[in-house]
Design a binder for this molecule. Structure first.
Ligand SMILES: Cc1cc2nc3c(=O)[nH]c(=O)nc-3n(C[C@H](O)[C@H](O)[C@H](O)COP(=O)(O)OP(=O)(O)OC[C@H]3O[C@@H](n4cnc5c(N)ncnc54)[C@H](O)[C@@H]3O)c2cc1C
Length: 464
């Protein structure tokens, strides 16, 4: 990057807001996926105004800008694949307005869900989306990826809670989109286009989120199964019984043992699969729903059904699920984690199919995930240095996506497309779908400077 460019960046971000030494670039060259590329400069924003100036400068000088929250994304979204500037937003952590009367909170995009939780709990409210990365991923990153979580089945995902956004567009214009009102139809419904936009259309700097009252009562159970199929079928049956648990998480034997090796969370090592299920709401209704869940489990030859007796037991169960990914990461040198998703009734087919693919390619796979909403995380445990194993994994991943599409599912339930799934997107949305995405991108970002190279190939790119 030219000296004059660095000087201009220093004027916008001051000295502690910019890095450009080669060794400093390494920390901003990767996220939680496998792809790496070092940027030419990293800037740390503390205000919307700075980001506006940055984008005006980048647009004028044709420099790519890649937004980054905490780099916890699993699809390569914040990797600066065309170099240029990485814009880090995690210093924008102010709570701007807490409005319990309207059940709303407005925060800067760098806050995490864990930062928000205690603020809203003080008024008996909660923000339902709860990705496994609650303690470190930013709200801006969650919106850009439409993050899901353990409560997705009953409470939905990030998109269901975004009321208003302040966004800096690629040329530097600042727009405020949406409304705090329950109803609004002033213009197109633009908020959803930024949810899941993966940093390609604008930079989210402020967000107003909807909140819900904390449920009065919770019942939490661990249901143990002797076969994977019984566990998967039980999920479908619970939904068919008309019960909507707040959480219904799935873990297979490989995942259970990885968790137990990591930390003793009281999970049965010899079980083929477990479901971690929670109901919530009024006491009688939560208890009644759990009784129906037990009936569905009985129909599927469950081995045991144990209710958490107190908060400590419940927290331990949930901790087991939350550390699943970290625990699997300890089994082999590397892992490839997917988030292929199907409708709930197809879950048994999906689980069977994943096992068949792993057997066919002689690969070790751990399966866990948000089974209640059909979002599984088949995780191939591999060694990247083993070329033969890598080749087999690539084939397995391709078949996995094909399977999800054939089962009328989707190649991503919550981790997004980024770089990891870019080659597979056309299989799902077709060439006309890709063309539509390109047209939308061109409208927002005619020079293709904001997070270029992601999701799809943009024709006539002027950046590089
Ligand atoms: C252990 C672990 C558990 C996880 N569990 C879950 C889970 O349960 N559910 C789930 O959905 N995900 C999960 N994830 C994935 C990840 O945490 C989410 O995708 C999260 O939303 C990324 O947030 P981030 O702040 O780290 O964003 P980054 O990884 O930095 O960025 C992600 C994308 O968003 C863009 N972006 C970031 N901030 C902004 C902004 N302010 N404006 C515009 N674009 C922006 C980036 O350019 C990039 O494309 C997990 C990851 C890990 C490592």
């Amino acid at each position: 990057m030219k000296k004059s460019h660095l000087e201009e960046l220093s004027t916008i971000f001051e000295n502690d807001g910019i890095l450009h030494q080669q060794e400093d670039m390494i920390a901003y060259s990767y996220d939680a996926s496998h792809i790496e590329k070092t940027p030419e400069a990293v800037v740390f924003a503390t205000s919307t105004d700075q980001i506006c100036k940055l984008m005006q400068f980048a647009y004028r000088e044709d420099i790519p800008v890649t937004p980054r929250g905490q780099g916890s994304g699993l699809s390569g979204g914040s990797v600066p694949i065309e170099k240029g500037i990485v814009l880090v937003l995690d210093r924008m952590r102010k709570m701007l307005d807490f409005d319990p009367e309207n059940r709303l909170i407005t925060v800067e995009a760098g806050m995490t869900t864990s930062d928000i939780d205690p603020i809203v709990a003080s008024a008996d409210l909660f923000y339902p989306p709860d990705p496994g990365s609650v303690t470190f991923s930013t709200i801006g990153g969650n919106i850009a990826e439409n993050a899901g979580g353990l409560r997705g089945l009953k409470y939905g995902v990030t998109k269901d809670y975004v009321k208003m956004l302040k966004v800096v567009l690629p040329k530097g214009d600042i727009v405020t989109i949406g409304s705090k009102c329950v109803k609004h139809v002033a213009g197109f419904n633009l908020e959803p286009i930024f949810v899941g936009s993966e940093g390609l259309l604008g930079i989210i700097t402020e967000v107003t989120l909807a909140l819900l009252p904390i449920p009065k009562h919770r019942e939490s159970a661990l249901v143990v199964f002797n076969t994977l199929n019984d566990a998967a079928q039980c999920v479908s049956d619970i939904i068919a019984y008309g019960v909507t648990p707040s959480t219904m998480e799935f873990m297979d034997k490989t995942t259970i043992n990885a968790v137990q090796n990591f930390k003793d969370c009281n999970l049965p090592r010899d079980a083929e699969a477990v479901l971690l299920i929670e109901t919530d709401g009024e006491k009688n209704s939560a208890i009644g729903e759990m009784k129906n869940i037990k009936k569905a489990a009985e129909k599927n030859s469950f081995r045991s059904f144990s209710l958490a007796g107190n908060t400590k037991e419940r927290d331990l169960l949930f901790e087991g699920r939350r550390i699943a990914l970290n625990a699997l990461a300890n089994v082999k040198p590397n892992l490839i984690l997917e988030d292929a998703t199907v409708v709930r009734s197809k879950l048994p087919d999906m689980v069977r199919g994943i096992c068949e693919i792993a057997t066919k390619y002689n690969l070790m796979v751990g399966i866990f995930g948000h089974a209640g909403d059909g979002n599984l995380h088949p995780t191939f445990l591999i060694d990247k240095n083993d070329t033969d194993e890598m080749k087999r994994t690539e084939k397995a991943v391709k078949e996995l996506f094909r399977l999800a599409i054939d089962l009328e599912g989707t190649i991503s339930g919550e981790h997004g497309i980024g770089l990891e799934k870019k080659p597979f997107l056309e299989d799902q949305i077709g060439s006309a779908g890709i063309q539509l995405l390109c047209d939308i991108k061109r409208t927002f970002d005619p020079k293709n400077l904001l997070n270029p190279g992601k999701m799809f190939d943009f024709p006539n790119s002027t950046s590089n």
